[in-house]
Design a protein around this ligand. Sequence first.
Ligand SMILES: Cc1cc2nc3c(=O)[nH]c(=O)nc-3n(C[C@H](O)[C@H](O)[C@H](O)COP(=O)(O)OP(=O)(O)OC[C@H]3O[C@@H](n4cnc5c(N)ncnc54)[C@H](O)[C@@H]3O)c2cc1C
Length: 440
Amino acid sequence: MDYNFWTRNADNLTSIGSWDVAVVGAGAAGIAAAISAANSGAKVILIENHGFPGGIATAACVPNLMGFDYHGSQIVRGIGDELVRNLAEAGEAAFKVGAEACPDPEPIGSRPIEHAVTTTTHGIRVVANRMLKRAGVNLLYYTRMLGGGVQDGYVKSIVIDRAEGPARVEVKMVIDASGDANFLYRIGAETLKCPADVAMTKTMIFQMSNVRNFNRKTVAAKFRELIENGNNPVATQSVFMGYGELHEGAVGLNYTEIEGDALSSQGLTGMDIEMREQVSTSAKWFKKKFDGFENAYIKETPAQVGIRAGRVSVCDETITQHDIDENTSVENPIGLGLRRYGDHGLKRIKKADRATYKTPRPIPMGALLPVGINNVVAAGRCIGVQPKVITSVRYMGQCFATGQAAGVISAIGAKGDASVHNIVYGDVRTKLLEQGAILG
Ligand SMILES: Cc1cc2nc3c(=O)[nH]c(=O)nc-3n(C[C@H](O)[C@H](O)[C@H](O)COP(=O)(O)OP(=O)(O)OC[C@H]3O[C@@H](n4cnc5c(N)ncnc54)[C@H](O)[C@@H]3O)c2cc1C
């Protein structure tokens, strides 16, 4: 790839204006990043390929917000917490409780978020849009980021492809919240492709409606019985992962799975086709084999393959397995991550590669600051983390937290000419605490 192509050619494109902070990607991280940058006084544009916000949560059909709580205590507040409260007020969220994995009938209200939150893809899209608009963020959906123009280690513009054709956006600061460090990769910054043995399975979660009396415990018991007898349409899937959705009779099934290259269009195309076949086959299987599913039907399938790990950025600090195992100290925390790793292993990953510890670990500010570039901040599942332990930061609670921190850092960065690597941590800390974040 010619990483300098847009540096040479961006100025020949029409400029659509200039912003203090441009956020690439409107997933959990990008939503929080754009709102916190705007709330910190920056003029912000949010660029998103899909026609709606939410990223994996909406486009990959995962309206199940985790990472807010860890072993029974709330560890993420701030913008993510506000989104949950707004979803609940709109009648679009409940806690997911008990071994039955069903929505809690008691409203969320002002209770601390000590459970996973079940919501809807529609709810996330609408409520996030309302919050972004209220914060004054300029929303530019249906727009693909193509790359950036860079001079002397600073990004000067982002090149986009809009419905109207290619254009450039002039910027002071950029937040890469693209999930797979797509912006950093395209400007030639140092990134790391997650190796196949730790990139986890790809999945298309799908939803079935008209399920009677769903209870995860009983479905899981029947599931075990069937797979022990070799009766399983997706032969590699050995664990039942399903939950009652917000609305009566709706069930989310985290059942399909495949291995493949999430950073290749050809790879994604093949996985997309194969997993849609898995959805059709397995929906029939659930209807036939499981009590309560007899009259169920497929209600929603994702717009894209669900990618757990693709590419991460190389940053001033990298969260490593050693950090998670030993709970090493963090000098400049910007939020709390989980101390667990090894989920959704491919069959060849052995048990010894999984771990869960009872306490969280702070996420260091340096894990958001990509090396070799002065005005880009990483957020969400593509921050500086050893791919093997990406689960410590990839749940949506953590993506909201790193997004919010990236927004604050960028708003501070946009006020001067200094490199993000020289931003004073105390200033970031003060602003994050003002915005309600938990830092550790
Ligand atoms: C199958 C599956 C199940 C999961 N289950 C859960 C769960 O139950 N609970 C939980 O908390 N987490 C879960 N996760 C993890 C979690 O959903 C994600 O890690 C998290 O949502 C990532 O957020 P993000 O903002 O970092 O990135 P993403 O959600 O990936 O958002 C990135 C955004 O950037 C946009 N983008 C990328 N490139 C470009 C470009 N060139 N131009 C314009 N836009 C671009 C994308 O369209 C996307 O909207 C799951 C993940 C998967 C795949």
